[in-house]
Design a protein around this ligand. Sequence first.
Ligand SMILES: [Zn+2]
Ligand SMILES: [Zn+2]
Length: 267
Amino acid sequence: MVIPVTLTAYCALIVAVSLLGGLAPLALVLSHTRLQVYLSFAAGTMLGAAFFHMLPEAVAMGGPDTVKWASLGLLALFLLERFFAYHQHEPAEVAHHHHGHDEAGEHLAPALSWGTATFGLAVHSLIGGVALATAVVADAKEQGRVGGMAWGVFLATVLHKPADAMTVVSLMLRAGVAPRLAHLVNLGFALMIPVGAGLFFVGVDRLGPSNAESLTAAALSFSAGTFLCISLSDLLPELQFHAHDRLKLSVALLAGFLLMAATSTLE
Ligand SMILES: [Zn+2]
Ligand SMILES: [Zn+2]
């Protein structure tokens, strides 16, 4: 009983923050530095969630071999990003203008079409929904209740989602799409989280209880790999493109990371 209630509440909150992220594009509300600080913090929580919550739990459930699945998750998201270049949270011309170096423009991904970016983000959200459901189910299996891991994965997702929503909406608006349609697409994209969670249950239901346990462990490890990729794809460009505010950005990153380390000691 605790699983559907918790998961529904988590999904509802994530959909809500996604809509808010799209309604008030963060890039407009936040200065460049504040946006980067937020992105660093959010990336730190994803990094921490993968190492402190998801991987240890996956290994506890499915043994050391389960770690292999993390590499597949990481590669899958990397390839998704390579071909759909969806994870560029800052409008290119803002970054370009701010940093004022011509070369940066050439290194950025080619101008994004919102269609491909939205597709990439939708798949990314779908996988995020699977991760959330997996974390809630694994926690409930191990401890009979929703514990620190589900909370950690939820928190990392809720912090990350507004950045994705902002990407979708601002790409569409810049392409001249009507705002109403842009917010509708953003809603559809937010709903991919509950759809992903649903897919996980469809998959688990088709298997017997013992297979369900190993599927959960594998899905958890795969999800950890996707979290690592998301985190790094937000962090690594900072090295190349954002030499300013290095101390602030590092503090934000460590704060997100330590938040996840702290929630893992609650278990
Ligand atoms: Zn994202
Ligand atoms: Zn910068």
